[in-house]
Design a protein around this ligand. Structure first.
Ligand code: SF4
Length: 232
């Protein structure tokens, strides 16, 4: 309240008594609209933090009832890549951070040892922000319930290239039921942003022979992002 009064007095001093927009009466009207003493003004979070707050409060689908911690995602604005997996696994559910388990370790190695940039330079998230029990695939209605969060993240983060990790992410963004081996290999687009499909790191842990193909996918993504060839 004190801050508001000081602000209004300063405003009146700068604009002068004759300002028709700030008469004595209008100042009194403004004071009447101010919250009572003791109730602070609340600054609304903007951008990503506003989305993260909505996700933390969300119970729009059944996954919200069984999660420990929601996993909104993390990373900087305007990164070269935004990696999108299908949903949090057990360790992510415990920590509230994306890709921190064994699959996360492999993803980190792909980014840092393969592409050659720190993981902190890319944005990482999932299609659904709460863990599906038993690491099952998210159901179609759960993907739809969470869809708006992902689209808004993409629009705010503005990555140079989207990288879908696995069939669930690729199917959600490309609105297709085509199998992964058909979707891989050819760059696509989502809302004008180049999009590359590759294997999920969990699949690569179970099928190490697929790593060579995943590296080819990453090289395509690097070319689309304008990065020099990585280390492989
Ligand atoms: S998965 Fe998405 S839609 Fe479902 S409760 Fe969690 S944040 Fe909400």
């Amino acid at each position: 309240m004190e801050t508001l009064e000081r602000f209004m007095e300063e405003w009146a001093r700068v604009l002068g008594k004759g300002c028709p927009l700030l008469s004595k009466e209008s100042l009194e009207d403004l004071k009447a609209l101010a919250p009572p003493p003791g109730i602070p003004f609340r600054e609304e979070p903007v951008g990503l933090e506003a989305i993260y707050e909505e996700i933390r409060a969300c119970r729009a689908c059944r996954l919200g009832q069984v999660r420990r911690k929601p996993v909104p995602g993390e990373g900087p604005l305007e990164p070269p890549f935004m990696f999108i997996g299908e949903g949090p696994e057990a360790m992510e559910d415990q920590q509230g951070k994306p890709f921190v388990g064994p699959a996360g370790e492999l993803l980190t190695a792909m980014i840092e040892k393969g592409i050659g940039i720190p993981r902190s330079r890319v944005y990482i998230t999932n299609v659904v922000k709460c863990r599906p029990p038993g690491n099952r695939d998210p159901e179609a209605d759960e993907v739809e319930a969470c869809w708006g969060f992902l689209v808004r993240q993409i629009q705010i983060v503005r990555p140079r290239v989207l990288i879908c990790l696995g069939r669930v992410a690729a199917s959600a963004l490309l609105r297709t039921r085509l199998p992964l081996n058909v979707l891989r290999g050819k760059p696509r687009r989502f809302q004008g942003i180049p999009l590359v499909v590759t294997w999920h790191p969990s699949y690569l842990l179970r099928n190490p022979a697929a790593k060579r193909g995943a590296w080819e996918d990453l090289k395509k993504a690097m070319a689309l992002a304008g990065l020099p060839p990585g280390k492989g």
